[in-house]
Design a protein around this ligand. Structure first.
Ligand code: NAD
Length: 358
């Protein structure tokens, strides 16, 4: 296969972790005989400093012309006081909007050897392997009317939860397709006992499910789901939900596993998807070879599986990550007694070595 990837390392630790993931992707290309092309682009604060905007036109064009985008992170204290349109984080919204990325996929998987990094008991979290599929471009964050208006006795703030059949249909399809790569169980999360938009959500999800009879579908109210994620997270395989509910539940699910440096994400749409760690630019540890590159390398594995449909290759990368952790390699954020403490580069090298020997 031939694939072109836009590599947007961005700010802070992005500059350290993305090269480690690119090395692994290059090795995947060589071992499995694919021709991968990597083209770097400026994004975030780095772009702002060099060309005056956080998302330059040529970066956007590059993303649009590529098969996938691998992103590090954007932002940092240097750019915090700037007006909204110049903030590095604007680049993310611009990319999501322009690439039509309507689905956000966030797996939360617990590596058994890291169970003690979680705030929950080992027996509750051991074996967690779930995926939150969040609708990303609809719902209450975008619905109209919205705003704050004056009233006779004060002010009134309004947001509107809106979903169309088509928006629900396409996200449900992503969830069912993702479930087919996993344990074939989907829980659709809504608030259909109170909200009409959720009533439609549930109806459309049931309709789409008819095309996926091999996948089990159940429904759960969001308040119950928030509770079940803490009580018995192992029951979940794929969770599919709205923008607002997904925003909250995906952070909750992420924290079950303990470390932010371990968790990848994918935002997908009709064309090029964007693959990035869930964490930010970590300015407190940037430039010190301290960042954990695993979230970014795991994001590269998602790129292989979800964008390029190279499941075997993705599994080989995931196996290399697991083996490296089994061998005791630890960056500072996941340090454990008896572990081999290493930096960003050394962790990347160990994963690459295990991939090449796998
Ligand atoms: P952050 O995720 O950057 O850091 C939170 C904490 O986690 C820090 O203590 C950091 O050292 C640690 N951490 C993060 N990634 C790590 C890694 N790979 N290995 C080890 N430790 C890691 O969140 P923040 O501090 O709130 O934000 C910093 C900047 O990043 C802000 O400018 C924010 O706007 C931006 N941000 C960007 C994204 C993105 O690019 N997608 C996401 C979140 C925050």
């Amino acid at each position: 296969m031939n694939a072109r990837m836009a590599v947007l390392a961005g700010d802070g630790v992005g500059q350290e972790i993305v090269p480690e993931a690119v090395k692994v992707l290059k090795a995947v290309g060589e071992r499995f005989h694919h021709t991968f092309e990597f083209v770097e682009g400026l994004v975030g604060g780095q772009a702002l400093d060099r060309v005056g905007v956080p998302l330059p036109d040529d970066t956007l064009a590059l993303a649009k012309e590529s098969d996938a985008v691998l992103l590090g992170a954007v932002g940092g204290p240097k750019w915090e006081g700037l007006e909204y349109r110049l903030r590095p984080e604007r680049a993310l919204l611009g990319l999501r909007e322009q690439l039509g990325l309507f689905a956000n996929l966030r797996p939360a998987k617990l590596y058994p050897m890291l169970a003690d990094a979680s705030t929950l008991k080992r027996e509750v979290i051991e074996g967690i392997d779930l995926l939150v599929v969040r609708e990303l471009t609809g719902g209450i964050y975008f619905g109209k009317p919205k705003g704050i208006e004056k009233t006779a006795d004060g002010e009134r703030g309004v947001n509107t939860e809106v979903y169309t059949t088509e928006e629900i249909r396409r996200i449900a399809k992503v969830a069912f397709e993702a479930a087919r790569k996993r344990r074939r169980k989907v829980v659709s999360v809504d608030k259909a006992n109170v909200l009409e938009s959720s009533e439609l959500w549930r109806r459309v999800v049931i309709e789409v499910h008819k095309g996926f009879p091999d996948v089990e579908l159940t429904h759960m109210y969001v308040d119950n789901c928030a509770m079940q994620l803490i009580r018995n997270p192992k029951q979940f395989d794929v969770l599919v939900t709205t923008n607002l509910f997904g925003d909250i539940l995906s952070d909750e699910a992420a924290m079950l596993t303990g470390s932010i440096g371990m968790l990848p994400s994918a935002s997908i749409g009709a064309t090029a998807g964007m693959y990035e760690p869930i964490h930010g630019s970590a300015p407190d540890i940037a430039g010190k070879n301290l960042a954990n590159p695993i979230a970014t390398i795991a994001s590269a594995a998602m790129l292989l599986a979800y964008q390029l449909r190279l499941d075997k290759e993705a599994e080989a990368v995931e196996r290399a990550i697991l083996l490296t952790l089994e061998q005791g390699y630890r960056t500072k954020d996941i340090q454990s007694p008896g572990g081999k403490l290493v930096g960003t580069k050394e962790m990347g090298e160990a994963i690459l070595r295990n991939f090449l020997q796998g």
